[in-house]
Design a protein around this ligand. Structure first.
Ligand code: FES
Length: 183
């Protein structure tokens, strides 16, 4: 027979499991909007793993933005996260460079061995893959999904969606909706 304490422990574990699942699903339920025109990155520029390429995308602010229906330019970076030859959209990740803390542009750090020890200590585990680091207050983000690893940023980096990869180009066709609220 399960005692009261065991029952409560089971309840807590179940609640934590549900919360974790909801958080994980939420991370994949970002809302995206089409860019004013898709960005095309030549595939030949992106042949090696962790190759990064900056780009500028054109969007239009939302009806609900402080300045609605205005053209907006968004700086981004696309990175090949998968090995050469795997040319599917999931193997390329694109984020907005604007830091969600106070708006500085983040830097792409291709060699994590160059990260300062105090930053690695704040992250709390060894860093073996490239990351983005904000030069203003050291918020640090993964390249895979732009998730926050350290620093004062209230969330991960805003994301673009790679909508297709053809034999010639990577197409970035959508951006996270919240970006289009920026003035
Ligand atoms: S503006 Fe990026 S961490 Fe503050």
């Amino acid at each position: 027979m399960v005692g009261r304490r065991g029952f409560l422990a089971t309840l807590v574990v179940s609640a934590l499991g549900l919360a974790r699942r909801a958080w994980t699903q939420g991370a994949h339920l970002l809302r995206y909007r089409p860019l004013a025109r898709p960005v095309a990155i030549p595939l030949e520029d992106m042949q090696t793993q962790w190759r990064a390429r900056p780009f500028v995308a054109d969007g239009v602010t939302l009806d609900t933005a402080a300045a609605p229906n205005q053209p907006i330019r968004i700086s981004g970076m696309v990175v090949r996260t998968g090995p050469p030859g795997e040319n599917t959209p999931e193997r390329f990740q694109a984020v907005c460079l604007r830091c969600p803390h106070e708006g500085c542009d983040v830097d792409y750090v291709s060699d994590p061995k160059t990260l300062p020890p105090e930053l690695v200590a704040e992250i709390g585990h060894p860093v073996t893959e490239p990351v983005y680091v904000c030069p203003c207050h050291n918020s640090t983000f993964t390249v895979e999904e732009g998730q926050r690893l350290a620093g004062p940023a209230p969330r991960g980096l805003y994301r673009f969606r790679v909508t297709s990869v053809s034999g010639a180009a990577i197409e970035i066709g959508e951006v996270e909706e919240d970006v289009l609220l920026f003035v």
